[in-house]
Write a protein that binds this ligand. Structure first.
Ligand SMILES: Cc1cc2nc3c(=O)[nH]c(=O)nc-3n(C[C@H](O)[C@H](O)[C@H](O)COP(=O)(O)OP(=O)(O)OC[C@H]3O[C@@H](n4cnc5c(N)ncnc54)[C@H](O)[C@@H]3O)c2cc1C
Length: 354
């Protein structure tokens, strides 16, 4: 139909928009990337996320495809982060060294239920799920063994530093000559056309990667509110994501460099983007303190709320028609599923342009 290099306009510079911009530039295309916010990404779920890569934990809340597609992320991200480092000189902290789940003695049934669910859902992957006694827990996360008698180790899970990733993608896009247009809200998208303000801009192809901002094009898309806190805890040393299993409060702690931790997350069927509530903060911080008393003196540095973009089946959308790629619906597993979604979108696009 058409051959490279093409001029591609991308609406939405969150996780998918930036990844696709980078990949399409690598293929030799010309890319213009538009976002209603700034290059920092303050309007994206990508920046708010804890960016854990958690196929085992996610499968308990999702379809089996999420697990199968998500496994790809465990190899894809380290490769792409190394490539970004080579292209930009920027280092993105990440580790696929497992995650640990713990439960207080009174809440042991939550942990048992989680383990039973994994046994039912993933009978073929149980070699990567290990029940830990206190000594084994101490070997993995010494500071947790002071407060917990046992844990569960999910060997094939990890995390990456999303803020560093978004900055590195900006640098890589700049280096390859991509155009990043900030504060440019896209009002309408048609094949080969983006409406910016009162102007219609023409392209060979366009991408709709506006996340929850794409509701006009995807009427069934819904937002699922999530609230998250950032703390700096010099007295706490955790080297991998930690989850507290509790019948009421769901808590995870995702590490960042220099003893910073991302604490999350609420999950509320609401499209409100209002700031984090007192109730959510109290629940998250109380649960946090119950995991490790060293969090008592932690500084709360940021609080963020955003909406996870989800379709009714909570599965991703990848639609490619001549002149238009639509990617969305990453819900609560954007970092886990974006490798699959990006590669699938690029493969379908290649069928049209080669
Ligand atoms: C609290 C929370 C925690 C999370 N934790 C994890 C996790 O641990 N692991 C994981 O895998 N996933 C996690 N996620 C999910 C993940 O963040 C999302 O699935 C992912 O960011 C969605 O990517 P996206 O590119 O579709 O949308 P986004 O990242 O939201 O990007 C959309 C972009 O489009 C822009 N935009 C919107 N409308 C317009 C418009 N009209 N014109 C121009 N630009 C527009 C926005 O400004 C934004 O930059 C979490 C999400 C939340 C909210």
């Amino acid at each position: 139909m058409s051959t490279p290099p093409l001029h591609i306009g991308i609406a939405g510079a969150g996780l998918l928009g930036r990844l696709l911009a980078w990949k399409l530039l690598q293929q030799g295309h010309k890319v213009s990337l538009y976002d209603k916010g700034s290059r920092v990404g303050e309007g994206s779920a990508a920046r708010v996320a804890a960016s854990m890569l958690a196929p085992y934990t996610e499968v308990v809340h999702a379809e089996r495809q999420v697990f199968d597609w998500g496994l790809m992320a465990l190899g894809w991200w380290p490769e792409q982060l190394a490539r970004l480092n080579a292209e930009t000189g920027l280092t993105i902290d990440h580790a696929i060294n497992g995650s640990v789940a713990v439960a207080h003695e009174l809440d042991k049934s939550s942990m048992t239920h989680f383990y039973q669910s994994l046994k039912t859902l993933l009978p073929d992957r149980l070699q990567h799920v290990r029940q830990l006694d206190r000594q084994q827990l101490a070997a993995l996360e010494p500071e947790l063994a002071e407060g917990f008698q046992q844990g569960l180790y999910l060997a094939e899970e990890g995390y990456l530093d999303n803020w560093a990733l978004l900055s590195a993608l900006n640098a890589a896009i700049d280096r390859l000559g991509g155009e990043f247009v900030e504060y440019a809200e896209i009002h309408d998208i048609q094949p080969g056309q983006l409406s910016v303000g009162h102007e219609q801009r023409q392209f060979d192809w366009v991408v709709d990667s506006r996340g929850i901002g794409a509701k006009s094009a995807l009427p069934k898309l819904r937002g699922v509110r999530g609230e998250i806190l950032w703390v700096h805890a010099p007295e706490v040393q955790l080297s991998r994501p930690v989850r507290l299993m509790h019948p009421r409060y769901k808590l995870y702690i995702s590490p960042r460099p220099h003893r910073h931790y991302v604490i999350g997350a609420t999950e509320i069927e609401s499209e409100s983007m209002a700031p984090v509530t007192v109730r959510s903060s109290l629940e998250l911080l109380s649960a946090l303190y119950s995991v490790h008393s060293g969090f008592a003196e932690a500084k709360v540095e940021h609080s963020f709320a955003h909406c996870r973009p989800a379709m009714p089946d909570n599965l991703p959308v990848v639609e490619v028609q001549p002149g238009l790629i639509t990617v969305n619906g990453l819900y609560r597993h954007g970092y886990l599923l974006s490798p699959y979604v990006v590669e699938k979108a690029l493969a379908s696009f290649a069928d049209f342009v080669v």
